[in-house]
Design a protein around this ligand. Structure first.
Ligand code: 6PG
Length: 259
């Protein structure tokens, strides 16, 4: 079975990040050309860190239209911005502090406020044109590009197997916590918001992701309660997996003459 959407596999991280950066750049330019603004949402975790740094350092990505881009968060841990577990702390340090983006276009999740889901949804209403999307029965923001990761248990964003956030169909953002959620408590985008995006990219690298990728590939029909990533199926947008060979489970060919 194939993964849902398209898959890009590269042997080296260098090439994989270049391919992902080009795709992101294309999405940014298309959005700015069409709507004069681009809304992207990013994930934390350790996998995208070197990718964010590459966007800052590689001259290939110097022309990205950051002054027309808004950066949002896919999910966040409910800890202060100085806590090393805070996703935005990493994204600020690796990316947004180093690109010419307007301060008011940077949207960390207000995780420590009393009703952070409502507050972040309001922030979206304040900055994103909200349209009816009759084709897939969704009134809400359509992000131009979402970057997701995947955990070894197939969670994505902070949508963990068996957790309550998987069932939230009437909100864009929700708190996710409890025994099924790896602590600390989280704030996360919900499926309806994720699946409304124009483009979703999933980045996974390293051999420790090969088992979960194989499991998702072999799952057949989607089973979001067990494998939350299988609930990600953009309604009217593209989905691309960006994998290195280790995560894709490609065994390196034995070189001729090797013992
Ligand atoms: C987070 C993420 C989460 C992440 C996966 C993969 O807050 O941790 O947004 O969904 O993408 O857990 O994490 P790694 O990249 O660290 O493996």
């Amino acid at each position: 079975m194939a993964l849902f959407g398209e898959t890009v596999v590269e042997a080296e991280l260098e090439e994989l990040f270049e391919a992902l950066g080009r795709e992101l750049g294309y999405a940014m330019h298309s959005a700015v050309n069409a709507r004069q603004v681009c809304h992207i949402a990013l994930s934390g975790g350790s996998t995208p860190e070197p990718f964010y740094m590459r966007l800052v350092t590689d001259p290939l990505f110097r022309g990205l239209p950051w002054d027309s881009v808004h950066v949002w968060m896919v999910d966040e841990r409910r800890v202060s911005e100085t806590d090393p577990r805070n996703n935005f702390k990493m994204i600020r340090e690796c990316l947004v502090d180093h690109v010419p983006i307007k301060r008011r276009s940077i949207h960390p999740m207000p995780v420590l406020t009393a009703d952070p889901a409502a507050a972040y949804e309001q922030e979206m209403r304040d900055h994103i044109v909200i349209r009816e999307n009759d084709a897939f029965n969704f009134r809400g923001p359509r992000f131009d590009f979402l970057l997701l990761g995947i955990g070894q248990d197939a969670h994505t964003a902070s949508l963990f197997p068996g957790s309550s956030a998987l069932d939230v169909a009437d909100r864009w953002i929700t708190v996710n916590e409890g025994p099924r959620v790896t602590p600390p408590p989280r704030l996360t985008m919900t499926y309806p918001l994720i699946n409304a995006a124009r483009q979703v990219a999933v980045l996974a690298t390293g051999a420790d992701k090969s088992q979960v990728i194989a499991q998702v590939r072999n799952a057949g029909k989607p089973d979001p309660r067990k494998l939350p990533i299988t609930g990600v199926r953009p309604n009217n947008g593209a989905m691309i997996w960006f994998l290195d060979e280790a995560a894709a489970g490609v065994t390196p060919q034995e070189s001729p003459g090797s013992p």
